[in-house]
Design a protein around this ligand. Structure first.
Ligand code: PFF
Length: 447
C-alpha cells in the first residue's frame, strides 16, 4: 500500500469498525429512523391528503430509496473510504463534489439538531410535569440551550468512536424506539378514533397519482427518511468489513424505517381523530397538537414522556450519523485525532445551526418573513439532499467501474441485476426531475 493510500485511510482517523453485522444494521436503522419518520412523515401525509400519499411513497422507497441505500453502503464498504476520499477515488477532481456533500450535510445537521433539541426539551418538560406550550417555549431562549445540549451529546458520542460510541448507543436506542412505538400502538388501538385515524392514514386515493408534485415530494421524503443522499450510510458502510450481506442489510434497514413510519402514523392519527384535532396541522403536529391530546388522555403525563423520549431517541441517533460524515472526513483529511475532529465539528454545527435555533426563540430570526429553520429545511433538507444524492448516484454508478462497486457483475443475483440499472438510470433521472420541479416551484406562484 503506497503512501498516498495511507494518507486517506479511515483507520488514521481513529475510526474502528462495527463489532458485527447486527451492530452495522442497528446503527444504520438509528440513522434512518428519525424525526423524518415520526414528525415529517405524519406532517406530509396530513398535508397531502392522507392515504393517497402512500402509493408514490412506497414506489419511491422501492425504486429509488432502497437501491440508493445499497449503492451508498456498498460504495463505502468496497472503497473503505469516507465521503471525500471516495469521490477522490472515483476521479481526483470529483473530490470537490465530495466536499460539496460535506458542506450540505453540515447545513442539514445544523437545523436537524434544533428540532432534536425541541424533542429533548419536551422530554425534560414532560418529566417535570410542565405543560409547556410550543409558542411559550419558542418565545424563550430554551430552544438555544436544548440545541446546544443536543450538539454536545452527538459530539460526545462520536468522539468515543464507531464501536464504543455510535454502536454502543444505537444498540440501546433502536430497540427502545421499537418497544415504545409498539406500546403506543397498543394504546392507540383502544382509542375511539382509531378506525377514523387509520382510514385517513391508509386509504389510497389514486386520483392524486397524476400530480407530479406529489411524486417529487415522495422522492424527497424517502431520501430524507432513509438517510440516503448525504453519505451517512456510505460512511457507515466503510466501517463494515464483511460486506457480502449489504443488500440484505439494506433491505432490513428499509423495512425497519417503513415500519416505524407506519407505526407512528398508527399512533398519531388515531390520537388526532379521537380528540378532534387537525390532521393537516403541519410541523407543529408533534409539539402543539399532540400535547393537547396527551393532557386529556388517561396516563397522559406518562404518555407524553414516552412519546417525546421516542422522538428524542430517533432524532439523536440520526443526528449522530450526520455528524459522523464531516467528522471522519475532517479527521482523515487533516490527519487529526477523531476526538479533536468531533470537538471542532460540534463547534461548527453549533454555529451553523444557531440562526435556525434563534428563528424559533425569543429572538425570532426570519429572512424574507420565513424562519431560518424553515429556509434551511428547504435549502438543505429538500434541495441540497437531492443535489447531494445526484452527485453520489452519478459518481459511483458512472465514474467508478461497476466491478469496483459491485464485484463480479456476471455473478450478481437477479435482485442486484435490477438494482444496478436503477442506480445508473432511474435514480439520477428521478433526482434531476425533483430538482427541476423544486427550482420551478420557487419561481412559479403557489397553487
Ligand atoms: N433519516 C433521518 C430522519 O428520518 O429523520 C434524517 C437523516 C439522517 C437524513 C441522516 C439524512 C442523513 F444522512
Amino acid at each position: 500500500m503506497g503512501r498516498g493510500k495511507r494518507k486517506y485511510s479511515c483507520m488514521d482517523a481513529g475510526a474502528d469498525e462495527w463489532s458485527s453485522r447486527l451492530g452495522f444494521i442497528l446503527a444504520s436503522i438509528g440513522s434512518a429512523v428519525g424525526i423524518g419518520n415520526i414528525w415529517r412523515f405524519s406532517t406530509i401525509v396530513g398535508q397531502n391528503g392522507g392515504g393517497a400519499y402512500l402509493v408514490p411513497y412506497l414506489c419511491a422507497v422501492f425504486l429509488v430509496g432502497l437501491p440508493m441505500m445499497i449503492l451508498e453502503m456498498q460504495t463505502g464498504h468496497r472503497l473503505r473510504a469516507q465521503v471525500v476520499q471516495a469521490f477522490h477515488r472515483a476521479r481526483s477532481p470529483l473530490r470537490h463534489a465530495g466536499w460539496i456533500v460535506c458542506i450540505l450535510v453540515t447545513g442539514i445537521i445544523g437545523y436537524y439538531l434544533v428540532v432534536t433539541g425541541w424533542t429533548l426539551a419536551y422530554v425534560v418538560f414532560s418529566l417535570s410535569g410542565t405543560r409547556e406550550l410550543f409558542p411559550a417555549f419558542t418565545a424563550s431562549f430554551a430552544p438555544i440551550i436544548s440545541f446546544l445540549a443536543s450538539a454536545a451529546i452527538c459530539g460526545a458520542v462520536i468522539s468515543f468512536g464507531v464501536r464504543k460510541g455510535i454502536e454502543r448507543i444505537t444498540t440501546f436506542l433502536v430497540p427502545a424506539i421499537f418497544v415504545i412505538l409498539t406500546g403506543m400502538v397498543l394504546i392507540a388501538v383502544q382509542l375511539p378514533g382509531f378506525a377514523a385515524g387509520v382510514s385517513y392514514f391508509l386509504t389510497p386515493d389514486f386520483s392524486v397519482l397524476a400530480d407530479p408534485l406529489i411524486w417529487g415530494a415522495a422522492i424527497g421524503q424517502v431520501f430524507f427518511s432513509l438517510s440516503v443522499g448525504y453519505g451517512a450510510l456510505l460512511t457507515y458502510g466503510s466501517y463494515f468489513r464483511s460486506g457480502e450481506e449489504i443488500p440484505r442489510s439494506a433491505a432490513i434497514v428499509t423495512a425497519a424505517d417503513l415500519a416505524v413510519a407506519f407505526l407512528a402514523g398508527l399512533v398519531i392519527f388515531p390520537i388526532v381523530f379521537s380528540y378532534g384535532l387537525e390532521p393537516a396541522a403541519g410541523p407543529e403536529l408533534a409539539f402543539t397538537t399532540l400535547p393537547l391530546a396527551f393532557a386529556l388522555m388517561p396516563w397522559g403525563d406518562v404518555l407524553a414522556v414516552v412519546f417525546f423520549a421516542l422522538l428524542f431517541f430517533a432524532a439523536i441517533s440520526s443526528a449522530i450519523s450526520f455528524l459522523e460524515v464531516p467528522t471522519v472526513t475532517l479527521a482523515t483529511m487533516a490527519r487529526i485525532p477523531r476526538r479533536r475532529a468531533a470537538a471542532l465539528m460540534t463547534i461548527v454545527v453549533s454555529l451553523v445551526g444557531l440562526p435556525a435555533a434563534l428563528s424559533y426563540s425569543a429572538y425570532p430570526l426570519h429572512i424574507g418573513g420565513v424562519p431560518v429553520l424553515d429556509l434551511m429545511d428547504e435549502i438543505f433538507g429538500t434541495f441540497g439532499l437531492s443535489v447531494s444524492g445526484l452527485l453520489i448516484a452519478v459518481t459511483f454508478s458512472w465514474f467508478v467501474g461497476p466491478e469496483v462497486i459491485w464485484g463480479d457483475i456476471s455473478r450478481l443475483s437477479l435482485f442486484m441485476r435490477i438494482v444496478v440499472p436503477l442506480c445508473r438510470y432511474v435514480i439520477p433521472a428521478a433526482l434531476v426531475i425533483v430538482i427541476v420541479f423544486r427550482v420551478l416551484s420557487w419561481f412559479l406562484p403557489a397553487g
